[in-house]
Design a protein around this ligand. Structure first.
Ligand SMILES: [Zn+2]
Length: 85
């Protein structure tokens, strides 16, 4: 049995219900796993991606803030609270 020399130690940076982010200090690579998607990014690229996602989220929330969609979402919560007799 050949022993594979794998010095990589992945450090867990964050986890969430949809995936996790690990960092490999040996390679300088960020491993981003989202559901079935797996990305290996250099730290520079990861920072750029993070910044882009943060911008996207801010723009999305700004757009949705007073939208009708959100109003409906709030309205739709109430029927589920209704008691069944
Ligand atoms: Zn590595």
């Amino acid at each position: 049995m050949t022993q594979q020399n794998n010095p990589c130690q992945h450090m867990q940076l964050a986890t969430s219900p949809i995936g996790d982010v690990k960092y490999c200090a040996d390679c300088g690579i960020v491993h981003l796993a989202v559901q079935n998607l797996s990305l290996r990014l250099e730290t520079e690229s990861f920072r750029a991606l993070t910044y882009m996602l943060a911008q996207a989220q801010l723009n999305m929330e700004d757009h949705e803030h007073y939208s009708r969609h959100q109003y409906q979402a709030v309205k739709n919560v109430k029927p589920f609270i209704k008691k069944t007799h």
